[in-house]
Design a protein around this ligand. Structure first.
Ligand code: ATP
Length: 572
């Protein structure tokens, strides 16, 4: 298929304000691709060339893209920059200045060119390749190619929407679970799409986990107290909840891969973990654990602020020496060709205990099998005294449920009086200009939302106007202006209209005093009833690089937090 057709579909996707129409448009687009093209098309729709866990980056800034555009069209850079000031988007500049028709490149040709740009080593080579590509593209093609290159496609198409479109490709939305299962096992939607087009349903049914392809992580639900933990899980395992980085570690022969909770490649950041895993006398394994910095002298855990310093690209070895990490292993997903995710937790844990000999870097998470609330309570108190953030509870007979949050795992955290027990991760969907002292910054509050997986939409829960420094507001505005939209995004459900709509991309962590009911917000709203809102919300983090919009707190979690808060109030 021609790249022009892809670009025209992207344009339609950008213009739609309906989530349903978005998946139907995508389905229509995907049905035009053959088996050589479908994988590439899926990556491009996500603004990528390969799945994000591969970590391939273009390394082309907007400034560089504008320079290439100026050379490709023969218009002075100053003039191009002037137009850029008007739009704040390289794609729109390309639309504006390229008036001729393109050379009719195919999707695969454009994909290959983009790949060559991403792989080229030097800036000069990248620019030369980009100029050549731009010379062959029409305005609309260049608009989307350039946006992909600078990492700002702005379609905001989430994985759930793509999964739905792929299910339609199999014949019905009801195949969503089948597509999703394959995706949960490999985290590579391009590969899933290719398998689906080549081998149909059977291909997806046969999908297996494989070292080198991260498994989407299992997540935990919240419980209010020890009684609820036992009521939900019965006799179960409880573990210390360490406050560090969740890592999924893969070993395949001599190769070791380390992935973050968000499935980003982190292998080079943690050399001590890489070498400890590399030394295991095992050919192929996938395991998970929480990594944190431990004071070697005292054996105490460092606070998260210290651990987080280890997440860096530079001076990795110096920091590894100063703050060595320990990996507290807590789950086994795969061993020597065998899929362990389908086995009960207790069996996985037993095997893990056979494999991991606690030593310098690898440790086993602290675990106790319990059957009473009293035992849970004691373990919890002890964990809190030692500075841990809480405990985890795990069903003994549960499989590892890739990519889902359910009651196979639960978390019990400390609660603070007068405040919500937990923070919320919220997606920014728009902002307000701000009044008074803030008006000079041009931004005064954010419109934020939680995620609703059942509809794949973002539902508003609060305006957030405090918690950031002036400098952070300025940075935020700059980041948000890069992804501003002409209209509400198709996946945002809101009764409030902010001054500026943005693509749902950035997540911030927010604390609040209370969850209240409010007719203004759409989170948890049913029919004409009120939704949920936050009282005294304040940001406690800047934009979280480790969270995707779909990792935000869900509507269901808000409901549970609301119920828990009522319970605490009644007990007080
Ligand atoms: P939180 O902010 O509570 O960590 P989260 O969204 O990152 O939430 P949850 O599923 O809610 O993830 O909580 C489980 C997290 O706790 C895991 O992702 C992991 O990083 C961490 N963790 C710490 N200790 C353990 C343990 N022993 N077993 C499982 N997970 C653990």
């Amino acid at each position: 298929m021609k790249f022009l057709e892809v670009a025209q579909f992207f344009q339609k996707l950008e213009e739609t304000t309906s989530r349903l129409e978005m998946s139907e448009l995508l389905y229509e687009l995907f049905s035009k691709a053959d088996k050589e093209e479908i994988g590439k098309l899926v990556y491009l729709t996500m603004g990528e060339l390969v799945p994000s866990f591969v970590g391939l980056e273009f390394g082309v800034s907007e400034k560089l893209a504008l320079e290439a555009l100026s050379k490709a069209v023969g218009i002075r850079l100053a003039q191009i920059q002037q137009i850029y000031k008007r739009f704040g988007d390289v794609g729109m500049v390309a639309m504006e200045v390229i008036k001729r028709e393109g050379r009719g490149l195919s999707l695969s040709q454009v994909y290959d060119e983009l790949m060559a740009i991403a792989r080229a080593r030097g800036t000069l080579d990248k620019v030369m390749l980009l100029i050549n590509l731009l010379k062959a593209l029409s305005g609309i093609e260049a608009k989307f190619a350039l946006r992909i290159i600078v990492g700002n496609l702005r379609l905001g198409v989430g994985t759930a929407t793509i999964i739905e479109a792929l299910a339609l490709l199999l014949g019905s939305r009801s195949y969503k679970d089948l597509v999703e299962r394959a995706y949960n096992l490999c985290s590579d939607l391009g590969l899933v799409a290719r398998t689906l087009v080549e081998k149909g349903k059977d291909g997806l049914l046969e999908f297996k986990i494989e070292p080198g392809y991260p498994v989407r992580m299992a997540l935990a639900e919240r419980v209010a107290d020890a009684e609820e933990l036992i009521r939900r899980l019965g006799r179960c395992a409880i573990e210390a909840k360490y406050d560090g980085f969740r890592l999924q570690v893969h070993k395949k022969g001599k190769e070791v891969y380390i992935y973050s909770r968000n499935l980003e490649p982190m292998t080079d950041m943690f050399p001590e973990i890489k070498s400890a895993i590399g030394e295991l006398p095992i050919e192929k394994i996938i395991l998970e654990g929480e990594a944190l910095a431990v004071n070697e002298q005292t054996g105490e855990f460092y606070p998260f602020q210290i651990t987080i310093q280890r997440k860096r690209k530079y001076d990795v070895y110096e920091f590894a020496k100063e703050y060595p990490l320990k990996l507290f292993c807590f789950d086994l997903l795969y061993l020597e060709g065998e899929d362990y995710t389908v086995k009960p937790f207790i069996e996985r844990r037993k095997k893990l205990e056979e494999l991991i000999v606690p030593g310098n870097t690898l440790e086993l998470s602290e675990l106790k099998i319990v059957d009473s609330a009293k035992e849970v309570e004691d373990f919890f108190e002890d964990a809190i005294v030692r500075g841990l953030e809480g405990i985890m509870g795990k069903r003994l007979d549960a499989p590892y449920t890739a990519g889902s949050r359910n009651f196979n795992w639960v978390k019990l955290k400390r609660s603070y009086k007068g405040q919500l027990a937990d923070t919320l991760d919220l997606v920014i969907v728009g902002y307000f200009y701000g009044r008074g002292a803030r008006s000079k910054l041009g931004i005064g509050a954010l419109l934020t939302a939680v995620y609703d997986p059942s509809t794949d939409t973002f539902k508003t829960i609060s305006k957030v106007g405090s918690g950031f420094t002036e400098e952070e507001w300025v940075r935020l505005k700059e980041m948000l202006d890069h992804i501003k939209l002409e209209h509400r995004h198709a996946r945002v459900d809101s009764l409030i209209t902010p001054d500026v709509w943005v693509e749902p991309r950035y997540v911030i962590t927010v604390s609040a005093d209370e969850i209240t009911r409010s007719p203004l917000h759409t989170a948890g709203k049913v029919g004409d009833g009120p939704g949920y809102a936050l009282r005294f919300p304040r940001a406690v983090s800047f934009v979280r690089a480790d969270k995707l919009p779909e990792d935000a707190t869900t509507v269901e979690e808000v409901l549970r937090m609301f119920q828990m808060q009522r319970k605490v109030k009644i007990e007080e």
